[in-house]
Ligand binder design. Structure first.
Ligand code: VGL
Ligand code: ZN
Length: 203
């Protein structure tokens, strides 16, 4: 039987990381990922599964100052997006955010870009990596935006940190500034040792 048919049972030691599902990254937002909103129902089922198994769920967010280095006016590649405490930085209202979800902020310093969520921080300054360690997480499941930026960098860092990392390929979506960026990112993640599965493989 090929790996495509294999089911993955969510159990102790598993955690879910929901990456940057903020209004500015969704259709109508300042840096919209085309089709990003189609992930929401798929993702909600996964979030509910992790919640029902009492597994940790992390929500990361891009949390930029107004004059962040990644913005065009400062020579960066992006239009202003996800400015802290603005409507565009809010999570999409249709997302299931279970009680006890940890919110992690990143790229909140004016002169530093930060795509990976692994060192994003909660209100107390704990990083996602700290919290993964403390919760005894051995397998990290990643969903969200964008495949070719934050998901890619998170998965690469998690693999380097020795975490068994799973990408839910039907619950991520690419910006595709250059056509094929998303596909290349998935390939790179696989090469780093990440496992690409779909949400239907989870039970
Ligand atoms: C992201 C572009 C700029 C992401 C963040 O979350 O993937 N992409 N800032
Ligand atoms: Zn950003």
């Amino acid at each position: 039987m090929g790996s495509r048919e294999q089911k993955v049972v969510i159990q102790e030691g598993d955690a879910l990381s929901v990456t940057d599902m903020q209004l500015d990254f969704l259709p109508g937002g300042a840096l919209a990922v085309p089709g990003g909103d189609r992930l929401i129902p798929v993702m909600n089922r996964v979030i509910e599964l992790f919640q029902s198994r009492k597994r940790p769920v992390f929500f990361s967010r891009d949390w930029h100052p107004r004059d962040h280095i990644s913005f065009k006016e400062r020579g960066g590649p992006w239009p202003p997006h996800c400015v802290a405490n603005t409507p565009g930085a809010a999570f999409h209202p249709d997302l299931m955010i279970p009680e006890g979800t940890v919110i992690l902020s990143k790229a909140d310093r004016r002169d530093a870009e930060e795509y990976s969520t692994l060192y994003a921080r909660d209100a107390q300054g704990n990083t996602e990596r700290d919290l993964l360690e403390r919760s005894g997480t051995r397998r990290l499941f990643v969903v969200g935006l964008a495949t070719d930026y934050c998901v890619l960098n998170t998965v690469v860092e998690a693999c380097k940190a020795g975490i068994d990392t799973y990408v839910l390929a039907d619950a991520v979506c690419a910006v595709d500034v250059n056509p094929g960026d998303g596909e290349r990112a998935l390939k790179k993640m696989r090469k780093m040792g990440a496992k690409l599965i779909t949400t239907g493989d989870l039970i």
